[in-house]
Design a protein around this ligand. Structure first.
Ligand code: SF4
Length: 184
């Protein structure tokens, strides 16, 4: 029997957050997470079992060859077989992870939005931190990354986040722009 992945949803939209904000992308949202963040607004419980072939058939009709693999926590399911299948279809693969696990070889871009430790992520292209007043300078010693984004928590502490960035200019502001313009 072929291996299946539990998929919450697949859709086509603009990347709303972080370095690739505004980029057209196919979103592949896996079910399941290994953290329980109190501010989590993502529905990742329900889903459909799909083989790698079925996922490829679902993601290739869209125009963009940028795929964002998210969750839940996508490292719980993403493996080298699916990465290979996506690369064979010429996708640039971005993963959005909470940092709890290493990322499979072949993923092109690792966006780490760290939640509770422990972290076992082995490489990060972009650190995107939901700012709640925590010590984010200590965080970047533990999770070094070439690009640093700070994001208000549920849009509620925008001024506090802006003030922090103004005082610590190695950070950039990330907003959930998809929510501002009311797209998925
Ligand atoms: S790690 Fe992400 S998906 Fe999982 S509970 Fe936290 S915010 Fe939600």
């Amino acid at each position: 029997m072929k291996k299946t992945y539990k998929v919450n949803e697949i859709f086509y939209s603009l990347q709303g957050e972080g370095f690739f904000t505004g980029t057209p992308a196919v979103f592949l949202r896996f079910c399941g997470c290994n953290r329980r963040c109190p501010f989590c607004d993502t529905d990742f419980a329900d889903g459909t079992e799909m083989t790698a072939d079925e996922i490829i058939s679902a993601v290739t009709p869209f125009q963009s060859r940028h795929i964002v693999i998210t969750g839940g926590e996508p490292t719980l399911q993403l493996d080298c077989d699916l990465v290979r299948a996506l690369k064979a279809s010429r996708f640039f693969i971005q993963i959005e992870t909470n940092g709890s696990n290493p990322v499979p070889t072949g993923v092109d871009w690792v966006t780490c939005s760290p939640k509770d430790a422990p972290w076992r992520v082995d490489r990060i292209d972009e650190l995107k931190v939901v700012y709640q007043g925590q010590d984010v300078e200590a965080l970047i010693q533990l999770l070094p990354a070439p690009r640093l984004f700070l994001q208000p928590c549920s849009g509620e502490n925008i001024n506090e986040t802006i003030n922090y960035i103004l005082a610590h200019p190695h950070w950039r502001l990330s907003l959930q722009t998809h929510k501002l313009i009311n797209i998925q």
